[in-house]
Design a binder for this molecule. Structure first.
Ligand code: PGA
Length: 254
């Protein structure tokens, strides 16, 4: 049995004081039953330490993750954060290859792969985002496209490293649009991703890796998605900015 995994992707929302309040609100809703779910908050980089501090003070088992990292440990990379830096600040995860970074900041499959390998080498877990555009969906090639992204992201990895990785299937046409993939559409691709992982890395890796759905996941649609056998949780944007909604999403996994 895979442990459910729920991550909040705050994107470019919440100043430090706002992030502290939101984290406190989420932490205050924590119940013992939430121990059954791995929960990660991914705020903007300036908030990382403040969010971590609130959770540390509360002795919470909620983790914190970055939204992006560079693969080099240090150097002349203006505006970037390194893995040792986020590790020192208490992070255990980083989102990698979000479609917004791929489309707006020219993040390529090769860069995603470098980040995945560097995170694993540093003892952190990548949350690797994959997903097709509406044009690709309409062309009927979603499965091949998404599986190729997974294969590229995991190039050069050893099968023993796969269980530390998380994949988030986020169809671009469902992100922030209010248009969610149906549970059947999401399951079809998540199942295909797991089959590709099995083909590349074997049964144990495929059985253990958590595959999330992301794209307008909210309390009204979470039940159907999470009930699918190959969907192990969610990467949540908009609904993760409201403590009540995020709490309902976590509780849907229990
Ligand atoms: P959304 O974003 O839940 O607001 O659609 C999800 C994401 O981009 O990770």
């Amino acid at each position: 049995m895979r442990k459910p995994f729920m991550a909040g992707n705050w994107k470019m929302h919440e100043s430090i004081p706002e992030a502290v309040v939101l984290t406190q609100q989420i932490s205050n809703r924590y119940k013992g039953s939430w121990d059954a779910v791995d929960i990660v908050l991914c705020p903007p980089s300036i908030d990382l330490r403040a969010v971590w501090s609130v959770l540390d003070f509360d002795k919470s088992s909620i983790s914190v993750g970055a939204q992006n990292v560079h693969w080099e440990n240090e150097g002349a990379f203006t505006g970037e954060l390194s893995i040792p830096m986020i590790k020192d600040a208490g992070m255990k995860f980083s989102i990698v290859g979000h479609s917004e970074r791929r489309s707006m900041f020219a993040e390529t499959d090769e860069m995603v792969n470098r980040k995945v390998r560097a995170l694993l080498a540093g003892g952190l877990s990548p949350i690797v985002c994959v997903g097709e555009s509406l044009a690709i969906r309409d062309a009927g090639t979603s499965m091949e496209y998404v599986c190729a992204q997974v294969e590229a992201a995991f190039a050069g990895l050893d099968s023993s490293q796969i269980p530390s990785c998380i994949i988030a299937y986020e169809p671009i046409w469902a992100i922030g649009t209010g248009r969610t993939a149906t549970p059947e559409q999401a399951e079809e691709i998540c199942k295909g991703i797991r089959a590709r992982v099995q083909h590349l890395f074997g049964d144990d890796a495929a059985e253990q890796i958590r595959i999330l759905y992301g794209g307008s996941m909210k309390p009204a649609n979470v039940e159907g998605l999470i009930a699918m056998p190959d969907i192990d949780g969610g990467l949540i944007g908009g609904a993760s900015l409201k403590a009540d909604d995020f709490a309902s999403l976590v509780e849907a996994c229990i």
